[in-house]
Design a protein around this ligand. Structure first.
Ligand code: PAF
Length: 274
């Protein structure tokens, strides 16, 4: 595996690459969720490129960017074991040349509901950095997890709206054996908080059972979910279709049920695609 630290080097190498390129953009602190994206890229492409870049523009001023877990040595090892060809780890000054750059705006509605409402400006930063990375890497396929469902949807929309010749591959959520969705933030949870956080996946599992038994009413499902998560500080429970429009009636194969909540000081998100 070759580690690339500069944009110039990436651009030089990229010119010589032939075949399909699978790209997995990350902010580091890699876990099983990332590993499954990388494995998917490895199986389906000639070349695999992973990026690790802790992108400052997607953090709000009150969000502690400095506290985001940094695990460069472990991340490099994971990428090597997953047979990544190139690991791109640029620094902030090369990715952002000034504070007055041309920027990209998330769509006015779907970019500013749910996560976008709680974290205004977050998706502008995500789309800005992903577009930069796409322009540098020029992948054939780019891999994103369904756990960040809104991010995935907005990136797919960007690719469509800006005519980028990239296939976005949606990858399933990877969970711990007890159901907790894998996240770089899980390491902040105390033992007690981790136990409490299981109410999130419990409530999502309940929705599958309820829908299988015939329940379709979104309000009823939300009420039951909130009951299961009564020990948590729930920010939102949303039931939407794949266009991110709120729905009253569950449509099988076209529904996503999303949760954001705080467990102690840690903000977690999770969802279920039905
Ligand atoms: O999902 C993430 O880790 C980040 O939002 C991404 C897509 C790497 C952009 O910084």
């Amino acid at each position: 595996m070759k580690i690339i630290n500069t944009i110039e080097e990436l651009q030089t190498i990229r010119k010589e690459l032939k075949g399909t390129i699978g790209f997995v953009p990350t902010m580091g602190a890699l876990h099983e969720g990332h590993i499954s994206l990388i494995k998917n890229a490895r199986v389906n492409n000639d070349i695999v490129i992973v990026s690790i870049f802790l992108n400052p523009t997607q953090f709000l001023p009150n969000e502690d960017l400095d506290k985001y877990p940094k695990k460069d040595a472990a991340d490099k090892r994971i990428c090597e074991l997953c047979k990544v060809d190139y690991l791109f780890m640029p620094d902030v000054n090369s990715m952002y040349q000034s504070n007055d750059e041309i920027s990209i705006k998330a769509p006015k509605i779907t970019g500013f509901i749910l996560e976008g409402e709680k974290r205004p400006g977050h998706f502008d930063g995500v789309l800005q950095v992903v577009l930069k990375l796409f322009n540098l890497v020029q992948p054939s396929n780019a891999y994103f997890g369904k756990k960040d469902a809104q991010q995935l949807s907005l990136i797919s929309q960007m690719v469509k709206n800006l005519f980028l010749p990239i296939n976005i591959v949606e990858c399933d959520i990877i969970r711990e054996a007890d159901g907790l969705a894998m996240s770089s933030r899980n390491i902040y949870l105390s033992i007690e908080e981790r136990k409490e956080a299981l109410a999130i996946s419990k409530s999502l599992n309940m929705t599958i059972i309820a829908v299988t038994k015939g329940e379709r009413d979104a309000k009823t499902i939300k009420t039951k979910m909130k009951e299961i998560m009564s020990n948590l500080d729930v920010e939102y429970v949303a039931i939407i279709n794949r266009n991110f429009e709120e729905i009253q009636t569950i449509e099988v194969k076209n529904t996503i049920i999303l949760i954001a909540c705080k467990v102690g000081n840690t903000r977690l998100i999770d969802n279920m695609w039905i």
